[in-house]
Write a protein that binds this ligand. Structure first.
Ligand SMILES: Cc1ncc(COP(=O)(O)O)c(C=O)c1O
Length: 340
């Protein structure tokens, strides 16, 4: 590592730490500027920016992993670039060319190399790309200018003491509308999730589970993670709906289940009154990696899957392979790894 930083890698949480450099690029008069790294972590924008009033913004989240040989790699960053452009299209924001997005992430990791936690600590460098509508505008319409930026924060492993199950409750609220923006990574979905999350936390649950907003009969998201279950027939099942954010971790686990564990894989409806079909269940995402679901509270009863304390064997194996690929210990499918 080039520079020393005074960080206790084994005690990192998921908290903002100012790293040295971030990337910033401006879209104006119909085109992107070249973009640059800056040490300034403050943005000065018009008070009339659409991002502040009309929620015209979106973001992404991915991690840089330190391998055993000391090199650094990104996991499926092209997928984040494509998903961000899906959000951009939905909110009438300009697309960021995929190469520009990847280059921005690479530049930020290289410039903050000394903040990439050591191999074996379980910690990673979390990257937060985002887009905001800026410039002077007061009507409800797309902004005249946009900022695309990427910053980085070292974060700890989700489970300090290793993988362990969490309990969740079914939310009484929706995070997204049936034909709305649930399938995009836009801030409004997360604003809508703050209150239901607080209720779940106050009741001692890790988070809440959202049902489909049209009928409230099918499982959609687990907080800010996707749901998957392992059926008693050993199939990998995950719900499908336009209001679920397409999790890159989830699509990776589907490939791992099919190609590495030879399991049948299905994207289909998961009914909340049929949880008994699963022997194991989990939540997955960049931050959560895989969070085994101990139980789900629904209609005042806790439905326990494998166990509230122990992790099931299939989830253990999915976790081992996924983390192995991300940290470079297990051979990855072609195109998943981007060496920095
Ligand atoms: C609502 C929501 N669902 C699912 C995920 C998991 O997606 P990914 O695996 O791409 O991180 C995230 C996190 O990005 C999320 O915010």
């Amino acid at each position: 590592m080039s520079k020393d930083v005074n960080i206790d890698w084994s005690n990192l949480g998921f908290n903002y730490i100012k790293t040295d450099y971030r990337y910033i690029s401006v879209w104006k008069d119909g085109k992107w500027d070249e973009g640059k790294l800056t040490e300034d972590n403050m943005l000065t924008i018009s008070e009339a920016s659409t991002a502040l009033h009309y929620g015209q913004q979106c973001f992404e989240g991915l991690k840089a992993y330190r391998r055993k040989d000391g090199k650094i790699q990104l996991f499926r960053v092209d997928r984040n670039a494509k998903r961000m452009n899906d959000s951009n299209k939905k909110l009438l924001m300009p697309e960021v060319p995929v190469e520009k997005f990847i280059d921005a992430c690479m530049q930020v990791v290289r410039a903050n190399e000394h903040f990439v936690p050591p191999y074996g600590s379980g910690a990673t460098l979390y990257l937060r790309p985002f887009m905001i509508g800026v410039g002077n505008n007061i009507g409800v319409k797309p902004a005249p200018e946009y900022i695309f930026s990427v910053f980085a924060v070292p974060v700890g492993p989700y489970f300090k003491e290793g993988l362990s199950p969490c309990n969740f409750m079914i939310a009484d609220y929706d995070r997204a509308a049936p034909q709305g923006t649930g399938g995009q990574k836009v801030g409004g979905n997360y604003a809508a999730s703050l209150h239901p999350h607080l209720i779940a936390a106050e009741r001692g649950f890790a988070d809440c589970i959202y049902l489909d907003p049209a009928t409230h009969t099918k499982i959609e998201e687990v907080g800010a993670a996707n749901f998957f279950g392992i059926t008693k027939n050993n199939e990998f099942v995950t719900p499908v709906s336009p209001s679920i954010l397409p999790s890159i971790t989830k699509y990776s686990l589907m490939d791992i289940a099919r190609d590495y564990l030879k399991m049948p894989v299905y994207e289909r409806d998961v009914y909340v009154d049929n949880l008994d079909e699963f022997k194991e269940a989990g939540a997955c995402g960049t931050a959560a990696v895989i969070t085994p679901i101990g139980g789900i509270e629904y209609n005042n009863e806790l439905h326990v899957f494998h166990s509230e304390k122990e992790v099931g064997p299939v989830i253990k194996e999915l976790y081992r392979i996924l983390c192995g690929i991300q940290f470079g210990d297990v051979e990855a499918p072609e195109g998943w790894i981007f060496e920095v």
